[in-house]
Design a protein around this ligand. Structure first.
Ligand code: ZN
Length: 510
């Protein structure tokens, strides 16, 4: 092992230990443990940062001259060091304090549905994030600097035209769907005991290829996937006994994330290429959007497809015979693909979800750019919900206060959800072109060829390539929404009996 590799391995070990502490805190820890745990995590995080910013590590990274993979690892380490060094220590300290305070205030403001309570904290948070953007540096828009922490290489200038195309497609499609009768879905709210849900969801995860010798499924308030190495990749879900799709699709979603992490080349364990060094977080995906592309691909492209339910619905009926006695496969498939404009992002369907994301991105970009003031945020929010979804927001709790992200200082992370949707369809299309038997195999429940193709083309590389490089290598193009738009119009056109025109507007996106 070289000096660079040894030091990188120690940093990755610390980041993986942080993940263990984090997983425990969210799945097992009694509430009383939270104070001490926060201190323990802060200590480990500080140790990791100290090792990262040790001049000897920078020196070791500069001296690397190995193969392409090793050189990329060294360059990523140098980039992270340079980014972290640009952030003044005082700003880091202020942000850390504000984040914990602001989340508290936000939770109370949301409970009281009173944006005014949270506005001073949010104003300060926007200010500090503007300073952070300034420290990190940008060319066109300060939001680019923050966005880059989650999605390297993507800029506001790339994102806005992409979003315009999505909105121009989604809003009329939503209106056409709303003119149709809503499918029956009462049976999704029958009583489904958690134990049965867990058995069924985990069996599906295993059919997708989730290896439970190297993973496990637990429960948590907010579902997530987290990895400690390639050999231990865990997922969680939340069981609602009066709503079947929550845990079912939640598990398939986290399974997609887990397949990515389990599929990374084991040789990249304990390296820079399985560490987000700037974010001080052990994660092996190329970016948050790339990661999300895999959760969306397995959850939506596969898990909500007709082929999938033709095959697995009879099994679901065996697991829940009374609840599903008078429901046939087509009715179930329609119900789990219901489109319905709603106020809450985390409950949104596949189509309206992007509209929720685009609203947040536009508003947070305007806040960071100084084009929108915090006091005007609720009105701007409500106007956008009315324009896109046709809904009136009754109160702040169902509007501007619903997400934790801004109180946690996560400006720039929202776009990765929609970028993930777009990438998922690009990757899926490429898989279909390269695997002529893909669709017919999926009818028989053969998921291995798809997972192996994804491993070969995406997963194995961890963070070796930027998301843009990966997309280019795999699909020959940059971010391109066309496959995603075709998929949505095709799917909902069929489900709702619409006369959809194929979306023919082609546009080169660099
Ligand atoms: Zn996800």
């Amino acid at each position: 092992m070289t000096d660079f590799q040894r030091r990188s391995a120690e940093i990755n070990d610390l980041l993986c230990i942080l993940n263990v502490l984090n997983w425990d805190a969210r799945t097992q820890m009694p509430a009383g443990g939270s104070g001490a745990r926060a201190q323990q995590m802060a200590t480990i995080s500080a140790l990791a940062q100290e090792k990262l910013l040790d001049p000897a590590y920078e020196q070791a990274a500069r001296e690397v001259s190995g193969d392409d993979t090793e050189n990329r690892a060294a360059q990523q380490a140098l980039d992270a060091i340079s980014a972290l060094k640009r952030i003044p220590a005082e700003l880091t300290r202020e942000l850390a304090i504000l984040k914990s305070e602001a989340q508290d205030v936000w939770a109370r403001a949301r409970a009281a549905s009173d944006f005014g309570m949270f506005a001073p904290q949010l104003t300060r948070m926007v200010e500090l994030n503007r300073q952070l953007a300034g420290a990190l540096g940008y060319e066109d828009h300060p939001y680019d600097a923050l966005l880059n922490l989650y999605e390297p290489g993507v800029r506001v200038a790339t994102l806005l035209p992409l979003f315009e195309r999505l909105r121009a497609h989604h809003v009329p499609l939503l209106q056409a769907i709303q003119a149709q009768p809503a499918p029956r879905s009462d049976f999704l709210h029958a009583h489904y005991p958690a134990a049965g849900q867990k058995r069924f969801s985990l069996a599906l995860a295993q059919e997708f290829g989730y290896d439970t010798q190297r993973g496990r499924l637990d429960e948590s308030a907010h579902p997530f996937e987290i990895s400690f190495t390639r050999q231990d990749v865990r997922i969680t879900t939340r069981f609602q006994e009066d709503f079947l799709p929550g845990a079912l699709f939640g598990t398939l979603h986290e399974t997609g994330h887990a397949l990515y992490e389990q599929g990374v080349n084991p040789e990249l364990s304990r390296t820079v290429l399985t560490s987000d060094l700037t974010g001080l977080y052990a994660v092996a995906g190329a970016s948050y959007g790339t990661h999300e592309s895999q959760s969306r691909l397995w959850e939506n492209r596969i898990g909500r497809s007709k082929a999938f339910w033709n095959l697995h619905y009879p099994q679901l009926q065996v697991a829940f015979p009374e609840q599903l006695a008078d429901v046939d496969t087509a009715a179930f498939h329609r119900a789990v693909n219901t489109v319905q404009a709603s106020l809450i992002r985390v409950e949104a369907d596949e189509l309206t979800y992007d509209l929720h994301i685009m609203l947040r991105v536009e508003l947070e970009r305007a806040l960071i750019g100084g084009e929108l003031e915090v006091k005007d945020l609720p009105a701007a929010w409500n106007a956008r919900i009315k324009a896109d979804l046709g809904l009136d927001v009754p109160d702040d709790a169902h509007g501007v206060l619903q997400d934790i992200h801004w109180s946690a200082g996560m400006f720039g992370s929202f776009p990765t959800y929609t970028i993930g949707n777009v990438m998922a369809s690009q990757f899926y299309q490429a898989a279909g072109q390269q695997l002529p038997e893909l669709e017919s195999g999926l009818l028989r429940g053969e998921y291995t060829p798809l997972r192996e193709w994804l491993t070969e083309n995406i997963y194995q590389f961890g963070r070796t390539y930027t998301p843009h490089e990966l997309l280019k290598r795999v699909t020959g193009r940059g971010l391109d929404p066309q496959p995603y738009l075709d998929y949505l119009s095709g799917k909902y056109g069929e489900l709702y009996g619409l006369n959809t025109q194929p979306n023919t507007q082609k546009e080169q996106t660099p």
